[in-house]
Each structure stands twice: as structure tokens, then as C-alpha cells.
Design a protein around this ligand. Structure first.
Ligand SMILES: [Zn+2]
Length: 78
């Protein structure tokens, strides 16, 4: 479900905003909803949350100092 702009071996031009390290986890946020359609008090349709949408928010977690931050610029598309 990842946007997959980057894959193994590719360069990431980002550093920890606190210590400058280049060892980090980048988390891409997704949201999804399961829906229950109700008519006259009875469920008539159910759709599961099988399609997730990227919110555009990406989080960084430094593997060196443990700092957590939110990316202002997407590090996966630059
Ligand atoms: Zn750090």
C-alpha cells in the first residue's frame, strides 16, 4: 500500500532535524474507512476498508537519537 517512490538501495536526501543523522524510519500515513449503509434501520451494504489513501503526512524517527518529527517536504519524492 506504500506509495513506493523509493525502493531498497535508493538515496533519501533527509537528515534528522535534531542531530543530523541519516539513519531513520520514515512513516507514510494512510487513512481508510469501512462503511455501513443503513436504510430504514437496517444495514443494506457493507464496504470494508480495503482502499487506503495517503494523507500526504510523513513522519521521521531518528534511529540515532530517537527524535520524532513531521516532514515539511516529502523525502520520498525529491
Ligand atoms: Zn537524531
Amino acid at each position: 500500500m506504500l506509495t513506493e517512490n523509493k525502493t531498497i538501495g535508493e538515496r533519501i536526501d533527509a537528515r534528522c532535524t535534531r542531530c543530523g543523522a541519516r539513519n531513520m524510519q520514515i512513516s507514510e500515513e494512510f487513512i481508510g474507512s469501512g462503511n455501513y449503509e443503513v436504510k430504514a434501520g437496517k444495514v443494506i451494504a457493507v464496504t470494508s476498508a480495503d482502499s487506503l489513501k495517503a494523507t500526504g503526512r510523513l513522519f521521521g524517527r531518528c534511529r540515532q537519537c530517537g527524535h520524532d518529527w513531521v516532514f515539511r517536504k516529502n523525502p520520498l519524492t525529491s
